[in-house]
Design a protein. Structure first.
Length: 329
């Protein structure tokens, strides 16, 4: 296969079926690597393709990507440990989310995964104590603007972001998984109650909880930026744990439509199924990259950006918020 690729489905195909890279020429490899970097999946791709025949230059790039992912894994686990120590005196569960949870539990979704901020979930009742403990341990506010501070505390599903003054690493402290203004209100207490303890005192969501959270993040709270990586997370979780009880769990959080769409798109993007109806538009957005990894389909991206704000808050509130932000520019 040559370099005539129109979007990021070449990356999806390589992740799902590593043997598919056998026919790539130089342009095809350039496209695949550019796509993987743009979607923050280069480490994952490197793990998936490890041991397969490939040009020496590609092998060196992917070896570097695996090393970088391993360094990122260690850094993420150390940051989780620092948070555990800072919060040890507080009588509340601390649940790791997203990439840090995957690597802490040794899940397949964590293999080669790019990990950014540390995301944790704590009970809302414990927010004040958690905030005070983190500030005392060296974290400080990223957004000192008074409007942003009030906005996060009143309407969002997390505290304003914090960054450690010495390690320069960010932490997002969640008390639920969708903004309080969103039309869907997941049961955060049930997610925490169903979480699973790790050996170090931290916790992760249950398998179904992780899938529900990933689907919520992808389809009910955002513009699908990073959609390929998040959908790959879901695919890995399904492969590892199956879907027993998933439908009931999704209904319990009001996220059954989002989870159902995630399951369909996993099959459409990484499998042989064909996306139908509106699912096709979601797949179109997720794969919107050109051969150099640059964003494409500007109208589709804009539509999903507008949709993300529409999902987050009612129209009148959205108008006030956007006007306030516009006046600050």
């Amino acid at each position: 296969m040559g370099g005539a690729v129109t979007d990021a489905r070449i990356l999806a195909r390589a992740l799902a079926d590593p043997a598919s890279v056998a026919g790539l020429d130089a342009d095809g490899w350039t496209t695949l690597l550019a796509m993987a970097r743009a979607e923050q999946l280069i480490g994952t791709l490197a793990v998936r393709l490890d041991g397969l025949p490939m040009p020496g230059s590609v092998k060196a790039i992917l070896a570097d990507a695996r090393a970088a992912a391993e360094q990122g894994r260690r850094a993420a686990l150390w940051e989780a440990e620092m948070a555990r120590r800072a919060l040890a005196a507080i009588d509340c569960p601390v649940v790791l989310l997203k990439g840090t949870a995957f690597v802490a539990a040794g899940l397949s979704a964590g293999q080669g995964r790019s990990i950014g901020d540390l995301d944790i979930l704590v009970p809302r009742r414990a927010l004040d104590a958690v905030e005070a403990a983190l500030l005392a341990a060296g974290w400080e506010w990223v957004k000192p603007d008074p409007y942003d501070d009030v906005y996060y505390r009143r309407w969002m599903h997390e505290l304003p972001p914090l960054i450690h003054r010495e390690r320069d690493r960010m932490i997002d402290v969640h008390h639920t998984i969708l903004p309080l203004t969103a039309r869907i209100t997941p049961d955060a207490d049930a997610l925490i109650a169903g979480s699973v303890a790790l050996g170090n005192g931290l916790r992760i969501l249950s398998p179904n909880g992780m899938i529900v959270h990933a689907a919520a993040h992808l389809f009910a709270d955002g513009d699908l930026a990073g959609g390929m990586r998040n959908l790959w997370d879901i695919r890995c979780l399904i492969d590892e744990f199956g879907t027993d009880g998933l439908v009931a769990a999704a209904h319990g959080h009001g996220l059954h439509r989002e989870v159902a769409r995630a399951l369909r798109l996993v099959e459409a993007v990484f499998g042989a199924a064909k996306a139908r109806g509106i699912d096709g538009l979601y797949g179109h957005r997720i794969a919107a990259r050109d051969g150099w990894g640059r964003p494409t389909r500007a109208v589709t991206r804009l539509a999903f950006y507008v949709r993300s704000h529409w999902l987050r808050m009612p129209p009148a509130m959205l108008a006030r918020h956007l006007w306030t932000k516009f006046r600050k520019v």
